[in-house]
Ligand binder design. Structure first.
Ligand SMILES: Cc1cc2nc3c(=O)[nH]c(=O)nc-3n(C[C@H](O)[C@H](O)[C@H](O)COP(=O)(O)O)c2cc1C
Ligand code: SF4
Length: 394
């Protein structure tokens, strides 16, 4: 049985309150073997890295001694993702159930709901849901508004913000599962991952997942699929392509470009995608139509990522800005001498050198663009852009 995350009242009709939630799904059960259930269901994190959830819960439980913290990550700083705010807006109690179950499993004494300050409706919904639930003496739940910014949802930045008001990633180790909020072992888990745990605890045998379908589709929005679905299925659920598709950005700004012909049949299964060198990231599918330039889109995203970096490590301070400038020159069909080899070299030097994965994400995106838009990069180098010259009209 697949119990869906967004089952229940229509999404967009406001939050499901505690009475409705309990009438639909029953009271929150106590599930002693939940970590094993997560392991059997092969649940992976939905915040971007697709890390096996059970492994993380065990690591925190081992260190907890009853003082761990659960940090429910609803920062959702990725501009192409809406799934976390839709979930928090419409099914806040499912998220809170998941956080409460995680707290039981890792023996936490505190839950922090870290919700993007820009996601006003989600904040209202989570705040109201918290007020409806009796506070437990053993485990306190509180809400913290995450500041705007791409890196504020990174786990060490979230911990640092909660402790000191600065949402900047810290050099790791120790990682939050060892030493997080208030120096205590901290389970940082995306809100959708927690909601999934709440469904599994109620007997769902299979986990569904939320995907944001953006770009050139008829009904951009959030759809719910199983891992058996394909990229093409999700695009169909969003009304289908609104124009002839050129490529798909899979996984959001830290993801990668795939040519449209190769994209439709790809499975929405994090493990299977990883085997092909791809990522579903935080569950984003963005369709690029034929009349938009993939080189310019990539330059635009990298410029954004360069601006969003915390500017405290070498690759972000020295590398990302320079790569963004070079990409912009190529996008404008005015590359300097030797620009493309330099761009490739700089990109390969970005990854793995920052305190967080921000430069790695940017490097992966650029590398994918260099492959998916190889012909476009070559024509830009020669001073000509196919998309701007009306390829779609041809
Ligand atoms: C720059 C950056 C930004 C991130 N932003 C978010 C975010 O907004 N929400 C989120 O859940 N995870 C985000 N992550 C991933 C978190 O660091 C962490 O891996 C995640 O919250 C763990 O939850 P999960 O295992 O359920 O995915 C970000 C990572 C990086 C490197
Ligand atoms: S790698 Fe970049 S974004 Fe990450 S901590 Fe360092 S400067 Fe900040």
């Amino acid at each position: 049985m697949t119990r869906q995350l967004l089952a229940g009242p229509p999404v967009g009709a406001g939050p499901e309150n505690l009475a409705q939630h309990t009438a639909r799904l029953g009271a929150l059960p106590h599930v002693p073997g939940l970590i094993t259930m997560l392991e059997r269901a092969e649940v992976r994190g939905r915040g971007g890295a697709a890390f096996p959830t059970a492994t993380k819960w065990r690591a925190v439980a081992q260190r907890s001694h009853g003082r761990a913290v659960v940090l429910a990550n609803g920062a959702e700083g990725e501009p192409l993702s809406w799934k976390d705010r839709v979930l928090m807006e419409s099914r806040p109690h499912l998220v809170l159930d998941g956080a409460a179950l995680a707290a039981q499993a890792v023996r936490a004494s505190e839950v922090v709901l870290y919700v993007g300050g820009a996601h006003a409706a989600a904040l209202v919904s989570v705040r109201a849901a918290l007020a409806e639930r009796p506070q437990s003496e053993a485990c306190r739940m509180r809400l913290v508004e995450a500041p705007d910014g791409y890196v504020s949802g990174e786990e060490s930045a979230a911990v640092r913000f909660i402790d000191s008001g600065t949402a900047l990633p810290t050099s790791t180790p120790p990682r939050p599962f060892e030493r997080g909020v208030g120096g205590r072992p901290t389970l940082v888990q995306n809100v959708e991952t927690l909601a999934t745990a709440a469904l599994l605890a109620r007997g769902a045998a299979e986990a569904s997942q939320l995907v944001t379908v953006a770009g050139a589709v008829r009904q951009p929005g959030v759809v719910e699929v199983t891992t058996a679905a394909t990229v093409g299925d999700a695009v169909s659920m969003a009304g289908g392509s609104a124009a002839r598709a050129q490529a798909v950005l899979l996984g959001g700004y830290f993801g990668g470009w795939v040519g449209a012909a190769d994209a439709w049949g790809l499975p929405l299964d994090a493990a299977a995608l990883r085997g092909r060198g791809l990522t579903l990231g935080c569950g984003v599918i963005a369709v690029l139509p034929d009349h938009r330039c993939g080189v310019a889109e990539t330059a635009h995203i990298v410029r954004y990522l360069a601006g969003e970096s915390a500017r405290q490590c070498g690759p972000c301070v020295f590398g990302l800005g320079a790569v963004a400038v070079a990409l912009e020159r190529v996008a404008e069909c005015r590359p300097q001498f030797g620009e493309m080899p330099r761009l490739r070299r700089w990109t390969s030097q970005l990854a793995g050198r920052g305190a967080c994965h921000h430069p790695d994400g940017a490097a992966g995106l650029i590398a994918s663009a260099l492959g998916a838009f190889a012909a476009e990069f070559a024509s830009h180098e020669a001073g000509w852009c196919a998309a701007l010259s009306g390829r779609a009209a041809a």
